[in-house]
Design a protein around this ligand. Sequence first.
Ligand SMILES: Nc1ncnc2c1ncn2[C@@H]1O[C@H](COP(=O)(O)OP(=O)(O)OP(=O)(O)O)[C@@H](O)[C@H]1O
Length: 258
Amino acid sequence: MAPILSLRGVSRSFGAVVVARDLDLDLAEGEALGMLGPNGAGKSTLFGLITGTLSLNSGTISFGGQDITHIPAAQRSRLGMARSFQVPQPFSGMTVFENCVAAGAFARNQAERAVYERAAYVLDQCGLTAKANVKAGTLTLLDRKRLELARALTTRPRLLLLDEVAGGLSEPECAILIELIKDIRTTGVSLIWIEHVIHALVAVVDRVVVLAGGVFIADDTPQRAIQHPKVVEVYMGIPASEAAETAAAGSEGRHVPA
Ligand SMILES: Nc1ncnc2c1ncn2[C@@H]1O[C@H](COP(=O)(O)OP(=O)(O)OP(=O)(O)O)[C@@H](O)[C@H]1O
């Protein structure tokens, strides 16, 4: 089956800062991909390139088999892309329900009434039904994160891009969010999740890519990716050669990607 999302030769710099250097990436329909990388590596920028809020310096992006490289962000969202933001950005003076309706109506260019049913369904899915009439600005952090997900889901995305949704949550709150994202996965939506809370990511995704220096230094199963010597080097400051030796000594027979 053709991938739902394909990046080919994608490059983007900000002055001397290269955040994407000739990147290729395929995401299968229904796949959940985790994205790791040090602060400032360019992960959120990559979301901007995929959703069309930022332009590429070179390369192509296709979505659902269609070349979307030059398609504006609003149109990409109508094709079925939605993202959540690192810092939740609800309309604070509007209720939780109104926030979802506004997101759904705008993204799909529909009358608000046409998305009421979807918004109610999604609020239930995200555990927010009891807060439907509460102003978004009064929500706890966990509920703001849930609302970020709900707003994105109201648009009926085929591809959901999550940017650090677990950040700042306590462990019990994080466990609730993990279950919610697992539940969202069962609907068949494809997912890319940028996250620094690695255990949350590993609990949910099928595959992890690690972005550093504008390239993917690892692309593997979650367990293998986080133990990749280059990843250990970037995160822990241990030279890749030493990290590889430690990994080999500690787990005889385990596959360590080259
Ligand atoms: N609009 C912009 N203009 C100039 N530089 C930018 C712009 N957006 C991002 N950058 C720079 O690009 C680099 C990548 O930023 P980005 O936010 O994509 O990283 P990130 O991997 O998501 O980081 P974090 O994990 O800290 O959120 C950073 O050095 C950032 O300062």
